[in-house]
Design a protein around this ligand. Structure first.
Ligand code: RB5
Length: 150
């Protein structure tokens, strides 16, 4: 099976984790699009949330990984973007189920919360699972309706 193309982005707090995950993704055979940042110099996470999500919305990448200090700021920013379903995870069960049940297209990880090893397990679980559809598609449709209405 062909490996997915994955976008990845981070702020300064997530930069080192982004670099580590990028290496692991490449070694695992994924094509990776790096949407910045490119150093640990202080920067503003919403800009990089948008840059990473844009790769998914433009069809260049199928899924996106966003790293900041907690993962929370990235997920809040990403979820403001129409068409993005992002979740911040620090356990493998949730990282898998946001694909299976929520058709999440963005995984957010907190570099000050999880170590590199667990972060890689989260990313692997997220990328390895496919949306189950069925009743979950109805619910995701209701999320999209909320987005349209509000
Ligand atoms: C940066 O200090 C930090 O606030 C940011 O990386 C993130 O954790 C925000 O949610």
């Amino acid at each position: 099976m062909e490996k997915k193309t994955v976008a990845i982005a981070a702020d300064h707090a997530g930069y080192a984790l982004k670099e580590a995950l990028k290496l692991r993704l490449t070694e695992a055979g994924y094509a990776v699009i790096d949407a910045g940042t490119d150093s640990d110099k202080s920067c503003d996470y919403p800009l990089y949330a948008e840059a990473g999500c844009r790769k998914v919305l433009d069809g260049e990448a199928e899924l996106c990984i966003l790293c900041c200090g907690t993962g929370a700021g990235m997920s809040i920013a990403a979820n403001k973007i129409k068409g993005i379903r992002a979740a911040c995870c620090s356990d493998v069960f949730t990282a898998r189920h946001i694909r299976l049940h929520n058709d999440a297209n963005v995984l957010c990880v907190g570099a000050r919360v999880v170590g590199e090893g667990l972060a890689w397990e989260l990313v692997s679980a997220f990328l390895g699972a496919e949306f189950e559809g069925g009743k979950h598609a109805r619910r995701v449709g209701l999320i999209t309706a909320l987005e349209e209405k509000n």
